[in-house]
Ligand binder design. Structure first.
Ligand code: NI
Length: 178
């Protein structure tokens, strides 16, 4: 399995709207396994394909304590939402920031599984929020879009500064080419 690079805000590729998955095949299952590996290593509880620069409608999640219940949703659709309330969330593409947003705490989702079979699942609480958050990624939307312009700009400036610093550190430590 391969650990994939997670794009970070404000990378414009995170704004891409993902296309429906047309075929659930071995290549897609390999991508799913790599996304799960990447999510567990991060560590995170959900990851959308958009975040690893694959623009197909696919997300993975695992909200279990033991991190042994991987879930896969291909071409997910929310067919029912209930019980909207505040819940704190963060994002692997916006590291270090957590904000409270209004989300449905109960959702019914229809999707394809890793064998390409349609299933429906009722997700509650954290899993419900993860699914809504990851589905936003598939539409090119980030949780910072729900915040005020002021707050979003502050987060963007700080992350851009961190990214510039990382690039500078890498160039300092690189061995000169001979
Ligand atoms: Ni995210």
């Amino acid at each position: 399995m391969t650990r994939l690079t997670i794009l970070e805000y404000p990378d414009p590729r995170l704004r891409t709207r993902a296309a429906p998955v047309e075929r659930v095949d071995a290549a897609l299952r390999k991508l799913i396994d790599n996304m799960l590996e990447t999510m567990y290593a991060a560590p995170g509880v959900g990851l959308a394909a958009t975040q690893v620069n694959v623009h197909q409608r696919l997300l993975v999640a695992d909200v279990s304590e033991q991190k042994n219940q991987p879930l896969v949703f291909i071409n997910p659709e929310i067919i029912k939402r209930e019980a909207v309330g505040k819940m704190q969330e963060g994002c692997l593409s916006v590291p270090g920031y957590f904000e409270e947003l209004d989300r449905a705490h109960v959702v019914r989702v229809r999707a394809l599984d890793r064998d390409g079979k349609t299933f429906e699942q009722v997700a509650t609480d954290l899993l419900a929020v993860v699914i809504q958050h990851e589905m936003d990624h598939l539409d090119g939307k980030l949780f910072v879009d729900y915040l005020s312009d002021l707050k979003r700009t502050r987060i963007r400036n700080k992350l851009e500064k961190d990214q510039r610093q990382r690039v500078q550190e890498r160039s300092r430590t690189r061995t000169p080419a001979l």
